[in-house]
Design a protein around this ligand. Structure first.
Ligand code: ADP
Length: 405
């Protein structure tokens, strides 16, 4: 079965054409600068063939036209007929309280995604544009929506309610939603397979550390708590986002610096985190290099980043009432032995020790806990696109996710 996985952002459309049964990416690419006259599509086929096409790609419908043209192209494509696209899986950012799992897209689902635009005004409208464009281009091809928030929808009330007047939850649905659900779900299923245990029997903490960072406490395959909240701003320190802090701080700064709400929003989301503390970069590689060179603020950024992960590990072990495995994923989680070691430093008191040799080995998917550690620690490269393709395949009625992961 061949699934087209689409991730439609404000000015880009990322895509992968996947055979999920074989875990094979047939071709993948991105359309950048959608909405501009100098947009470009870059495609890389499984055999290494690469192509870049520039053009006036003024909206998502035209971007999808270009993607289909590349898939069907005689020299650079992978299919001869549109009918070889068995289904389309869309990443949709916010499913609110409406969607607790991935769903086949119907008129009602489209309305549900539209109803949640208020919660994700920068994302859901673009996801919807992609869906509408596909309905126009491929009206007979089933489409599935896979939500970033859905995996966390079974969180208990005590984990998702804020200490605000309950009427605000009722009126505006202000609560913790959590994001990166597709990644947390993928790595948790994958670790069960690696441990040769059923997911239902495991207590897990997953750490997705990329530009955006979040952790989840997963009990028997269900996310019972996560660090991101109403928006992706809450929780861990991130590339440019502050993560947790006393909410009064922002009111104080707004008054002192005479900031508007949009300036305050930019301060918290774009100028804080690793970038804000280090003063040099939002990229962990730069922060690590500067810290090694003795740059004090970069050292602080690294320490705050890792300390917060450690704090959440402790609190999630309490929330779970035990722990079988911790999983690191995302660009930082997969690639930085320093961050993994520092985040777990001093946790031998709760049975977590890692092996320096395993932690620094060049393998991508690996166990890094020491032989005598009672908690297993893994590094697992995330694969959100495969998860979307698998969900899509299951929903259009073919296979079972567990079997393929
Ligand atoms: P996104 O959240 O945008 O998908 P990624 O998951 O690709 O981002 O993660 C990007 C982050 O991963 C950046 O902070 C980058 O510095 C970090 N990263 C990538 N490679 C390494 C590495 N070898 N060591 C440390 N950090 C790394």
């Amino acid at each position: 079965m061949n699934i087209l996985v689409l991730n439609c952002g404000s000015s880009s459309v990322k895509y992968q054409f996947i055979n999920p049964e074989e875990r094979k990416i047939l071709t993948r690419g991105v359309v950048e600068r959608v909405g501009m006259s100098d947009a470009v599509l870059r495609n890389k086929r499984h055999d290494g063939d690469e192509i870049a096409i520039s053009g006036e790609i003024l909206d998502h419908a035209i971007a999808i036209d270009y993607i289909l043209a590349v898939l069907l192209s005689k020299n650079h494509g992978v299919i001869k007929d549109k009918a070889e696209i068995d289904a389309i899986g869309h990443r949709v950012v916010h499913g609110g309280e409406t969607f607790t799992q991935s769903v086949l897209i119907t008129d009602e689902v489209i309305k549900g995604i539209r109803d949640n635009i208020e919660l994700a005004p920068l994302h859901n409208p673009h996801n919807l544009r992609g869906i509408t464009a596909c309905l126009n281009h491929l009206p007979d091809t089933p489409q599935v929506a896979v939500f970033d928030t859905a995996f966390h929808q079974q969180m208990p009330t005590h984990a998702y309610l804020y200490g605000l007047p309950y009427s605000l939850y009722r009126r505006y649905k202000i609560r913790k939603y959590g994001f990166h659900g597709t990644s947390h779900r993928y790595v948790s299923s994958r670790v069960a397979k690696l441990m040769d245990k059923s997911l239902e029997s495991l207590k897990l903490i997953t750490c997705h550390l990329g530009n955006g960072c979040s952790m989840a406490a997963i009990d028997g395959g269900i996310s019972i708590d996560t660090t991101m909240g109403f928006t992706p701003l809450e929780g861990l320190l991130m590339g440019t986002r502050s993560g947790d802090m006393d909410p009064s701080v922002i009111l104080y700064i707004m008054a002192k610096e005479e900031l508007s709400s949009s300036e305050a929003n930019a301060l918290l989301n774009k100028h804080s985190g690793l970038m804000g503390i280090s003063g040099v970069s939002s990229d962990m590689r730069d922060v690590l290099q500067e810290a090694r060179d003795g740059e004090k603020q970069a050292g602080f950024a690294f320490e705050v980043f890792c300390y917060r992960i450690k704090k959440y590990i402790g609190s999630y072990i309490a929330a779970l009432g035990g722990i079988d495995a911790i999983i690191f994923t995302g660009g930082i989680g997969e690639n930085s032995p320093e961050v993994r070691a520092q985040s777990l430093h001093g946790l031998s008191c709760i049975g977590i020790t890692i092996s320096d040799e395993f932690n620094t080995s060049s393998e991508k998917e690996k166990i890094i806990s020491a032989a005598d550690s009672s908690v297993s620690v893994y590094v697992i490269p995330t694969n959100e696109e495969l998860m979307i393709a698998l969900d899509t395949m299951i929903i259009v009625g073919k296979e079972a996710t567990q079997k393929v992961i």
